[in-house]
Design a binder for this molecule. Sequence first.
Ligand code: DC
Length: 224
Amino acid sequence: MKKPPFLIVAIDGGAASGKSSTAHALSARFNFLHADTGSYYRALTAELLHRGVKPTDAQSVRAELADLKFDTQIIARDARLKIHGDRISDADIRSEAVNAAVSHFAALPDLRAALLAYQRGLADLARTHGFAGLVIEGRDIGTVIFPSADFRIFLHADPHERVRRREREGQADAVAERDRLDSSRASAPLTCPAGAVAIDSTHLPLIEVVERIARLITVRRMES
Ligand code: DC
């Protein structure tokens, strides 16, 4: 039987729009490497806060970034960012301090540039490790990182529902404020990529969102 083509699935959307759960489910179903790029911005934010750098001090941010070395730890099917060989804990990247600062750091073009090649390199990493594809989620994946991805998906949901989702996860997260900052920044703002499949997940169970995307992937695999 012919080997299925290596596929890249780009999922973009606002905070708590369902990106991570959807990407996890697709990764398990199709044996795709999963990259949660929000966690990379969070890890860099935690590292810079730890080094006492403020997002308003672009010069210090640039100086610190020049010193950082990135690599990847694959845990099951998740590609986790390591900085200087260390992985920052999930508790640290989801702290209130990081929630409050991450959109400010993510608006800096130097910081985005520092992560660009790293994120694009994950496709080759996935191939090398024998994954059938890459499912990568964030805010600028279909617009900037992989504009030619096989599938560009844009997830959205009513802001009240998204706040409720974060509360159910036990998190205090200013969802609307982060979305405002992420959508209005000059550098790679959150927006629906051209040609993307837009899915409103407000009233759609996760399993339905996953099924819709899985059907597209299955059809593409059968066609090739
Ligand atoms: O997905 P998340 O909520 O964990 O992302 C945290 C922040 O990282 C988000 O508010 C904006 C930033 N981000 C970004 O600017 N570009 C991405 N591709 C992913 C995240």
